[in-house]
Each structure stands twice: as structure tokens, then as C-alpha cells.
Design a protein around this ligand. Structure first.
Ligand SMILES: C[S@@+](CC[C@H](N)C(=O)[O-])C[C@H]1O[C@@H](n2cnc3c(N)ncnc32)[C@H](O)[C@@H]1O
Length: 270
């Protein structure tokens, strides 16, 4: 069984979205539909660093229900293309863009980011991926693909919530990765892979505090809506969700597993 796709299938089902909309406000305060560790303050900072203009074309990898892509286009007027391998997420995303009157500015494609990206060379001004690269062990290929599809001087910003800086047991990893197959990254490896792919690393920001904050709020929200979640998704899902969130908080709090945002630039070759 592919647990990763099952978890996203649940999240992107009508029921999953209904529950997420109930808990979203409690977890993020300002909730735009994200399904990650990303707070809206953080997202505004990411967008400022990518600096898209109305003439820019941005690619979001792991666009899920389309909320982040729609927010980006609404706030900057940039054109955005989202790529995801979850059909239910793509359906939600397409419907969301349509409901906001953004057809033509925001579009979504089915695709596996572990494989060559279905876009021409030098097509995008920026590539963004939030909490998605940790789901893709083929990251060297993915980074080379991001480099290929970016225009010279184009920017890549991605977060990795699974950077390993301390000792973590196999049991802790199993609980933490309950929601799906993931790839843990030794500290320093993303920078090395970025440079090996032709990127210049501009900045690395430690965002572990967001995991602590969001996980703590998630725990309270799950408790508050316990009956709803158990009745709709089952006890096993409730237990898995709460244990995995608790483990994320512990590992982040103790700085054994950190979340980092990497900003890189496609250097111009002479
Ligand atoms: C943590 S969610 C992030 C969703 C959204 N970007 C956000 O910030 O809320 C990760 C997304 O990556 C997608 N994903 C996972 N593996 C993928 C792959 N190999 N190719 C494309 N998308 C993938 C999942 O379907 C999911 O929508």
C-alpha cells in the first residue's frame, strides 16, 4: 500500500477538506488552505524573496489543492503553474482557480516531480516548493530539472522540513513519517546538491520554530475536533495523525530534525 498517496487522498477528499477548513483557522490563524508547516507570514516572506512581477511565470512543485498557487497569483498578479501527482488535489486546485476567475493566469498539471519535468528549458522566472522536496528521494534529478526549466537568474525557493541534525531512532522516524514515505536529509546536503546542480545558494533560513508552533496548535485542534475526525476518518487515522504531529514537535523542539528554507539562484554561465 502506498501510504503517502493515501494520506493526500484523504486530505484532498471532500471530507478531508471540510475537516481541514475547520481546523485550519485554529492551526494557522490566517489560513489560506495550506497543508504543510507554512504559516502565512512565512509565505509572504517567501514570495518577497522570489519577487515575482505580473510578467513572471512561477512554477509550484507539489501544488496540492492549489491554495498557495492561487494566493501567489492573487497577491502578485504573476502567472502560476502548479504541478502535483495527486489527481484529487489537481481537481480541487483547478476548481479553486476557476472560482477565483484565474483561468489563464493559474493552471495545474499532473506530473511526478521525481521524473523529468514536463516543461521546456528556461520557461520559468521562479520555482517554489513548500514541504514537498522531502517526499522526493530523487532530489538530485529534481534539482537539475528545476535548474533546466528556470531562466538565467531565476530563483528557486524550497523548504525541507526533514533536515537531520541530531540522533533520531528508527522508531521515532516511523512515527514521524506515518503520513507518507519521506526522505531525511543530512544537514548541508541540500546546499551541496544545489551547487552540484548549477545553483548559487543565496540563503538558508532555519524555520524549525514554525514546526513547533504549527504542531502545537495542530495537537490542540485535533483534540478539539477529536469526535469529528474519529467519526469521519477512523481511530487509526486519528492516532497516526496525533502521534506523528507530536513527534514532529518533539524532534523540532529538541533541534534534532529542523526545517530549512533554501533560496538559490540559477547562475548565469558565461
Ligand atoms: C506537504 S504538501 C504541500 C502542499 C502545498 N504546496 C502547501 O504548501 O500547502 C506536498 C504536496 O506534494 C505532492 N507530491 C508528493 N510527491 C510528489 C511527486 N513525486 N510529484 C509531484 N507532487 C508530489 C503531494 O501530492 C502534496 O500535494
Amino acid at each position: 500500500m502506498n501510504f503517502q498517496l493515501d494520506a493526500y487522498d484523504i486530505a484532498y477528499s471532500d471530507l478531508g477538506q471540510e475537516i481541514l477548513h475547520k481546523v485550519g483557522q485554529d492551526i494557522y490563524g490566517e489560513y489560506v488552505g495550506q497543508l504543510s508547516w507554512m504559516t502565512i507570514e512565512e509565505y509572504r516572506r517567501f514570495i518577497a524573496r522570489l519577487a515575482p512581477t505580473p510578467e513572471s511565470h512561477v512554477l509550484e512543485i507539489g501544488s496540492g489543492n492549489g491554495a498557495a498557487a492561487v494566493y501567489l497569483s492573487t497577491t502578485t498578479k504573476a502567472r502560476v503553474t502548479g504541478l502535483d501527482n495527486n489527481e484529487s488535489g489537481l481537481r480541487l486546485a483547478t476548481a479553486l482557480a476557476k472560482s477565483k476567475g484565474l483561468e489563464g493566469r493559474v493552471d495545474f498539471r499532473f506530473g511526478d516531480a521525481a521524473r523529468p519535468l514536463p516543461f521546456k528549458d528556461n520557461s520559468f522566472d521562479a520555482v517554489f516548493a513548500n514541504d514537498t522536496f522531502s517526499l522526493i528521494p530523487e532530489r538530485p534529478t529534481l534539482l537539475r530539472e528545476c535548474h533546466r526549466v528556470l531562466r538565467p537568474n531565476g530563483r528557486l525557493l524550497f523548504t525541507d522540513p526533514m533536515v537531520l541534525v541530531g540522533l533520531v531512532t528508527s522508531e521515532e522516524i516511523a512515527v514521524r513519517t506515518w503520513a507518507g514515505a519521506s526522505c531525511l536529509t543530512p544537514v548541508g546536503e541540500n546546499e551541496r546538491m544545489l551547487e552540484a546542480s548549477g545553483f548559487e545558494v543565496v540563503s538558508c533560513e532555519d524555520l524549525t520554530e514554525s514546526v513547533v508552533l504549527v504542531a502545537r496548535r495542530q495537537a490542540s485542534a485535533f483534540e478539539k475536533y477529536r469526535d469529528d475526525i474519529v467519526n469521519n476518518l477512523g481511530q487509526e487515522a486519528y492516532d497516526g495523525l496525533t502521534s506523528s504531529t507530536g513527534m514532529a514537535q518533539t524532534l523540532a523542539d529538541q533541534k534534532r530534525m529542523i526545517r530549512v528554507a533554501y533560496l538559490a539562484r540559477k547562475a548565469v554561465t558565461r
